[in-house]
Design a protein around this ligand. Structure first.
Ligand SMILES: Nc1ncnc2c1ncn2[C@@H]1O[C@H](COP(=O)(O)OP(=O)(O)OP(=O)(O)O)[C@@H](O)[C@H]1O
Length: 346
């Protein structure tokens, strides 16, 4: 995001020890696409939050908004309290200081994020030097240590990105994200381009680093199964809103929102061979964020929509212990199936 981006914020109250507290975040692109619409999220140190949803539901927009990386002309409102300080209210100098050192992002597709003509050690050292965290010799040494920390030999610092495998490059991206000792890591589809074995290794590495360093983690993926395996909590997004949120296992195994249920049914259950070969898809596509349907934005695809869903949207409401979902059916008594009409009955 550049200085031309419109950012509106209200004064930040004390955020009682929360690492990240996102309140009522809205993001509208210059095109009019309302990509994020009133998102609330919280992450504590040591906590792993998974953000799930189909392509186009606003996950990456949310990630980019957290560090003000959205393009010029994008309108952003709400609050993003990082260690109690509102990122949306920061001057640009402070935003630059917070990137890498307060929070950093691991993007998908490391080959595109790394610079092909620079040695990876120099690329890891770059943010360390930018943030004046070490001398050039110290940054070089730290780059090698970071490589070793993510399971690569320090000598690989002299390699160019094309000399590494996809999994090794993603390890480099993780090393780079850790370079300035951030407290929060945002991982946007960090394993999407990798094969299943390497994917599992990278996920375990991220888990290990988060636990070791008591970091907060936001992991973004379309894959609810991967998220439920890695994260403590899950937030399910649809058309720019969080429609379901709660403990990871609960949301994956006992989704309450019809969209959460459909997303969960689309992925095989770990340890349940009967579900392995029968993932179910959801018919239709997510709506265009420039022309959203009225009422609940999911109602045109919802198998249990009522008439009211076409006109009234629902807020998140309790769907279990620390579990909430934004659906008219949540908390409502299950309707009795109607008796078949009997001809001639009074
Ligand atoms: N720079 C942009 N200008 C206008 N609209 C955009 C821009 N970037 C994204 N969008 C739109 O915003 C919506 C949300 O996109 P976003 O990339 O955040 O979704 P996503 O859930 O991360 O999808 P994916 O999983 O495919 O990355 C989409 O409709 C997308 O077309």
């Amino acid at each position: 995001m550049t200085a031309e981006t419109t950012v509106t914020t209200t004064a930040a109250p004390e955020a009682a020890g929360r690492l990240l507290d996102v309140r009522n975040l809205h993001v509208t692109y210059a095109s009019g696409a309302a990509a994020v619409r009133g998102v609330d999220l919280a992450v504590d140190a040591g906590q792993k939050l998974g953000v799930a949803g189909e392509s186009g539901c606003g996950k990456s927009t949310l990630a980019l908004a957290l560090l003000r990386l959205l393009p010029a002309g994008t309108k952003v409102t709400g609050e993003i309290l990082l260690d109690g300080e509102d990122v949306l209210a920061m001057k640009w100098g402070r935003v630059r200081a917070v990137r890498w050192a307060g929070a950093s992002i691991v993007f998908q597709g490391a080959m595109h994020s790394l610079n092909a003509v620079h040695r990876i050690g120099d690329q890891i050292a770059e943010p360390i030097l930018l943030h004046k965290k070490a001398t050039p010799a110290g940054a070089k040494k730290k780059a090698r240590e970071l490589l070793e920390h993510v399971g690569l030999p320090g000598a690989r610092a002299d390699a160019y990105p094309h000399e590494l495998s996809g999994g090794q490059r993603q390890r480099v991206m993780i090393a780079m994200a850790l370079a300035c000792d951030p407290r929060l890591i945002i991982a946007d589809e960090p394993t999407t381009a990798l094969d299943v074995m390497i994917q599992a290794q990278i996920l375990r590495l991220i888990e290990q680093l988060v636990a070791e360093q008591d970091l907060g983690l936001i992991m973004i993926s379309h894959d609810l199964a991967v998220l439920s395996d890695t994260c403590d909590r899950l937030a399910v997004m649809y058309a720019g809103r969080v429609v379901e949120e709660g403990p990871a296992e609960d949301v994956y195994e006992r989704a309450q929102h019809p969209y959460g249920k459909a997303l969960s049914a689309a992925f095989p259950r770990i340890g349940d061979p009967s579900s392995r070969f029968a993932p179910r898809g959801l018919p239709g596509d997510p709506p265009d964020p420039s022309a959203l349907p009225s009422g609940c934005t999911f109602h045109p695809r919802c198998p249990v929509a009522l008439d009211v869903c076409a006109t009234e949207d629902q807020s998140l409401r309790a769907a279990g212990a620390e579990h909430s979902a934004a659906c008219v059916h949540v908390g409502a008594p299950v309707p009795e199936p109607s008796a078949p009409a009997v001809e001639g009955a009074p």
